[in-house]
Ligand binder design. Structure first.
Ligand SMILES: Cc1ncc(C[n+]2csc(CCOP(=O)(O)OP(=O)(O)O)c2C)c(N)n1
Ligand SMILES: [Mg+2]
Length: 695
């Protein structure tokens, strides 16, 4: 039996809605079936929600998917990606490239959907930000999307306050995030929801797919808390829509969200996973495997769709999206563009800022007055040099903001200049963010801010980078210029002991593709590290900064700190530039290497010190440069770094020596730890001599 669909002109408005919804459902089912992998059940259940948001509410122009004042849509339950591919396809979202140019072809074609989850398809397994236009953030690791949406909401508040003027609502967009049970079980979502409630982010709406199903079955096996009451306690406005198929009620709930001031909105949406599937609805089986050919036919029959047609978009569906989101979005954008023209005349400086920001460019003079630190044997801590630099940058770059997970006074990340202020519900102009002790949400929120083109950083102790890691990884995957400022980067907090002493953190972050790690060796290297980081447009960076003072090297005697921009550079050299042994060091071990070098030189040994704050930057230099820093013929090499020795072999070679950490640290004053673990000049000297003796 096969069903024929009535001609579009004979359909009532309700029937046309249903036709569009069922198109999303059947595209999703067919794509998963074709790929023989993926998640059909949730798109089947949430097609009405996505339809209602996109076609009835979202202020979004598919022709210009990066228009600054667009509403944001986040699919935090990223396994339901077919919802997004369907919406992006059916609304005709256009492709934008990395230079923010619209290319005039669709972001997701029907052919991409036919090749769901296949190599090079623009319909990959999960939503990927830099890969598919129209995706606002990468999701899939549950909880990340909703947490990131809080950063987007903070950004909107900050932008609105800085740039809006009477009669000029340049920024007034909303953020809609859809999530499931998994997202709400994850701690990162709770951290972020708590902060969003505290900040009263009334531009933020989460819609919870309350289907009582996760992979292992019914949520009664592991998730029985009262989610609504939890969100009430967080200070959210909690609404409930008892039927996920009721698009009018969904639209009404979204209207309530629009009217709610001073609180974010949480909509509980009761749904049936696998809706329409006679044998799989309401079961975990609908979650993560294809329905099977027979069941697919039964579902299509239930939706009144032809059973044999695949990837079928009935007549009238594209038009209906064009007539609604397309028209509404285009009008909103054009109106905004007109408004912005007048705004540009009246407030040229502010308009220029907005335009620079959209392209991730920096304002003229962004690096003026950066500190220069005079040579000083006693020196200054990396974190202090960082604090001074951050305060200058924040004054030069209006849209640069950030904060710490409750360690601001220790990370030295507080903005202290007059007028900087704190970001709070009633002071959304503030530049210092207070994330509370929520490192994971902090990193996701920093990503949300950077996705919104505000330049933002988050800070904590380096040891707790572990707590932020999943979002740091996503920053790299998304090619975002998020900045993570980590202080107490080695054993500098001595007495705190091994719980607070990073060992494997540097190497584990170096393992993240695309992420730039920087461990500067003195105050001037800190400044140069920031100079490098600020110019990144598509890469995140991690700074590892010392807690304790490090000698400020005499740059008249040694090479200038600008060498940081090459990742590694010859800091101190053998007379005539012809070394017989090379000592490579980063961070707090750079001055140690220099001290050892002076001793070696005094003994007539031709040593060279290479300061290597960043492996990734160095690895991207031309071979000739790398060979000039580490001449292949010089095999006697020692690396010194207060972190795991793993990976240093690539720079010291098979016969080289690494002075690093093979164990956890210990609780004791730093000096004793340096002695115990071999971070003393004499031990470096001995290692260098050993290398020369072939040991
Ligand atoms: C952090 C994280 N842990 C585990 C997974 C694997 N995973 C993907 S979907 C899922 C179940 C999600 O359940 P729910 O959010 O209720 O989605 P539904 O099945 O209702 O669509 C799990 C465990 C993941 N994607 N991310
Ligand atoms: Mg669920």
């Amino acid at each position: 039996m096969s069903t024929a669909i009535a001609p579009v002109e004979k359909l009532s408005a309700t029937e046309l809605d249903q036709l569009c919804i069922n198109t999303i459902r059947t595209l999703s089912i067919d794509a998963v079936q074709q790929a023989n992998s993926g998640h059909p059940g949730t798109p089947m259940a949430l097609a009405p929600l996505v339809y209602a948001i996109w076609n009835r509410v979202l202020k979004f122009d598919p022709k210009d998917p990066i228009w600054p004042n667009r509403d944001r849509f986040v699919l935090s339950n990223g396994h339901a990606s077919m919802l997004l591919w369907s919406a992006i396809h059916l609304t005709g979202v256009q492709t934008v490239n990395a230079d923010y140019e619209t290319l005039g072809h669709p972001a997701v074609t029907l052919d991409d959907i036919r090749h769901f989850r296949q190599l090079n398809s623009k319909a990959p397994g999960h939503p990927e930000y830099h890969w598919v236009s129209g995706v606002e953030t990468t999701t899939g690791p549950l909880g990340q999307g909703v947490a990131t949406s809080v950063g987007m909401a903070i950004a909107e508040k900050w932008l609105a306050h800085r740039y809006n003027r009477p009669d000029f609502d340049i920024f007034n967009y909303n953020i809609y995030a859809v999530c499931g049970d998994g997202c709400l079980m994850e701690g990162v979502a709770s951290e972020a929801a708590s902060l969003a409630g505290h900040l009263g982010l009334d531009n933020l709406c989460w819609i919870y797919d309350n289907n009582h199903i996760t992979i292992e079955g019914n949520t009664r096996i592991a998730f029985t808390e009262d989610v609504q009451t939890r969100f009430i306690a967080y200070g959210w406005n909690v609404l409930r829509v008892g039927d996920a198929n009721d698009i009018d009620r969904i639209e009404q709930a979204l209207e309530v969200f629009h009217k709610t001031k001073g609180r974010p909105t949480f909509i509980v949406l009761d749904s049936h996973i696998g809706y329409g599937s006679p044998h799989k609805q309401d079961t975990a089986a609908a979650h993560g495997e294809p329905l099977g050919e027979d069941e697919v036919r039964l579902c299509k029959r239930a939706y009144g769709f032809p059973e044999d047609a695949k990837f079928f978009v009935p007549d009238g569906v594209y038009d209906h999206f064009t007539a609604n989101i397309g028209k509404r979005g285009a009008e909103a954008r054009q109106k905004w563009a007109g408004l912005f023209e007048t705004y540009r005349n009246q407030y040229p400086d502010l308009a220029a800022e907005i335009e620079l920001m959209q392209k991730r460019e920096l304002p003229t003079g962004w690096d003026r007055n950066l500190p220069v630190f005079p040579a000083d044997a006693k020196g200054i801590a990396g974190r202090d040099a960082s604090g001074k630099t951050l305060n200058v940058l924040a004054q030069n770059i209006p849209w640069f903001l950030g904060g710490s997970a409750d360690l601001g006074p220790s990370n030295k990340t507080l903005f202290t200049y007059p007028g900087a202020g704190d970001f709070q519900a009633d002071t959304p102009q503030g530049k210092t963010l207070h994330f509370g002790i929520r490192e994971h949400a902090m990193a996701a929120i920093v990503n949300g801010l950077n996705l919104s083109k505000v330049r933002a950083f988050g800070a904590t102790f380096f040891i707790f980078s572990d707590y932020a890691r999943p979002a740091i990884r996503l920053a790299s995957l998304m090619e975002l210029p998020s900045i993570f400022v980590f202080t107490h980067e080695a054993m500098g907090d001595g007495e705190d002991g091994p719980t607070h002493q990073p060992v494997e953190h540097l190497i584990s972050l170096r393992a993240i593709p695309g992420l730039i790690t920087l461990r500067p060796g003195d105050a001037n290297e800190v400044v140069e590290a920031y100079r490098f980081i600020m110019q990144l447009r598509h890469q995140p960076a991690v700074l590892a900064l010392s807690r304790q003072p490090l000698p400020t090297l005499d740059r008249k005697k040694y090479a200038p700190a600008s060498g940081v921009a090459q990742g590694a550079y010859v800091l101190a050299d053998a007379p005539g530039g012809n070394p017989e042994v090379i000592i490579i060091a980063s961070g707090s071990e750079v001055s140690l290497a220099v001290a050892a070098h002076e001793k070696l030189v005094a003994e007539g040994i031709r040593s060279r010190v290479v300061s290597m704050p960043s492996w990734e930057i160095f690895d991207h230099q031309p071979q000739t440069y790398r060979d000039s820093v580490l001449p292949p013929k010089v095999k006697a090499r020692v690396a010194v770094e207060q972190g795991s020795i793993l990976g240093w072999g690539r720079y010291v070679g098979d016969s080289g020596r690494v002075i690093g950490m093979n164990t956890f640290g210990a609780s004791a004053p730093l000096k004793e730890l340096q002695k115990k673990f071999g971070f003393e000049p004499d031990q470096v000297v001995a290692a260098a001599k050993g290398q020369l003796a072939g040991r």
